[in-house]
Design a protein around this ligand. Structure first.
Ligand SMILES: *Cc1c(COP(=O)(O)O)cnc(C)c1O
Length: 419
């Protein structure tokens, strides 16, 4: 069930009308639903039944500490890609023993912090990184628990910018190189081999890329076992897609069953970790924006809104589609016009949606749907615009979980040259 529904013609988050939030804190702003986040997490978690597993929510999808705290309270683990994300997880009460650390460019100081906090697994992406992890762990006089993130060279059949598991991608270690790297790692004094990881891409809408890559990963597990290298956990990454525009991705049950069938077929009963981001957060949030002006050219109608590509980058970066709907259906909806919904930023790519059928006037509120993942977390200050506020609705209460940036914030870290 969606937690964003119209009640008496007014779009609500759970029980709170979005117009109320917009008038209290202004626009643009993000609004999340706690119940939606929790439902998505539970649906995935429950799909595993009693099979041993850890859900490691991918922090980069939506890294607000209130979101992380809600998931930590459910018992979630986390997939992080920077020291900053680990610090957010810790501030939100997350358990480092359920954290996996991904990313191709971990610095020595990031590794030092993560290893000293005791993260469950450093997911290593190159032989050079293995060497660095060994050195850092040795300098801390400890062992680092690691996995290699392998690159199974499987096409996830998604947008090229969110494909990560093909041989031309910068991510992961190719299979043959990974086999050698595990053998090398097994002989390093400050390395403890924990698992094997893979993440092939995002917004995946079929089960076959998952089952194909799992087969390749399990083949490696067996080859390693024959060499006396025992993998203790399978980290199968994230990537499960969501419905933005009528896509029909696998359900959580179909997705998890694909993995459980895959391990059963190979007679391997290792614990599984997954790293879902978009599935948990994507449809748990919307962005509210106000129409500033209508503008009509010879060939186009524009609804110029107060949110731009700095607030929500996905349409400009990935040609991503977000459904855009009126917050209030009270105005006359009978004569819609095709509008390009465009923002204030001085770039022609600053378009939230092309050719949208809307009946809108200046000052109307619009909701950009499916904006819970890779939305605020990608927001930036381009054009010296203030990053928007974030709100979490919990039942009939709306909590501001991040204030709108202020103009004082904007250049407080900048300084003039001396006179
Ligand atoms: C981004 C990312 C994820 C999350 O992907 P979703 O498509 O949001 O589920 C998981 N693991 C890694 C390593 C990532 O980079």
């Amino acid at each position: 069930m969606s937690f964003f529904q119209y009640q008496n013609g007014e779009l609500c988050a759970e029980k709170v009308p979005l117009t109320q939030i917009a008038s209290a804190i202004g626009t643009p702003c993000y609004v999340y639903s706690r119940a939606a986040l929790e439902q998505q997490w539970h649906t995935l978690n429950d799909a595993f039944g009693d099979y041993p597993h850890t859900i490691c929510y991918a922090v980069k999808a939506n890294s607000n500490i209130a979101v992380l705290n809600i998931l930590a309270k459910l018992g979630s683990g986390f997939d992080i890609v920077s020291e900053g994300e680990l610090r957010r997880v810790l501030a939100a009460g997350g358990d480092p023993d359920k954290v996996v650390f991904s990313g191709v460019a971990k610095s020595a100081s990031e590794l030092e912090f993560a290893i000293s906090q005791g993260v469950k697994s450093i997911n290593i992406e190159s032989v050079a990184e293995l060497q660095r992890v060994q050195e850092v762990a040795a300098s801390l006089n400890t062992t680092a628990s690691i996995a290699f993130r392998v690159n199974p060279d499987v096409d996830p059949q998604t947008h090229p910018y969110i494909s990560t598991g093909m041989d031309k991608a910068k991510f992961g270690v190719p299979m043959e190189a990974a086999f050698a790297a595990y053998q090398h790692a097994a002989n390093l004094p400050n390395i403890e081999i924990h698992g094997i990881a893979c993440h092939i891409g995002s917004q995946i809408t079929k089960t076959s890329p998952f089952s194909d890559s799992l087969k390749i990963v399990l083949g490696m597990v067996k080859r390693l076992a024959a060499e006396g290298i025992n993998i203790k956990q399978l980290d199968l990454g994230g990537g499960l897609g969501i419905d933005y525009q009528g896509e029909q991705p696998p359900t959580a049950n179909e997705y998890v069953q694909t993995m459980l069938d895959g391990v059963k077929d190979e007679g391997i009963d290792l614990p599984i970790a997954i790293e879902p981001g978009r599935y948990i957060a994507g449809n748990s949030g919307v962005m509210l924006t106000k129409v500033e002006y209508l503008k009509h050219n010879d060939s186009k109608h524009f609804a110029i809104v107060d949110a731009g590509m700095n607030d929500l980058l996905r349409p400009s970066l990935y040609q991503a589609f977000h459904t855009i709907v009126p917050v209030s259906k009270s105005s006359d909806q009978s004569k819609p016009t095709l509008f390009d919904v465009v923002g204030p930023v001085c770039e022609s790519a600053d378009v939230l949606g092309y050719d949208r059928s809307l009946a809108v006037q200046a000052n109307d509120l619009l909701a950009v749907l499916s904006a819970g993942a890779y939305s605020f977390s990608m927001a930036n200050n381009y054009n010296s615009r203030l990053r928007p506020a974030e709100v979490m609705v919990d039942g009939d209460t709306a909590h501001v979980i991040r204030q709108r940036e202020s103009h004082e914030d904007l250049f407080k870290d900048e300084s003039l040259l001396p006179e």
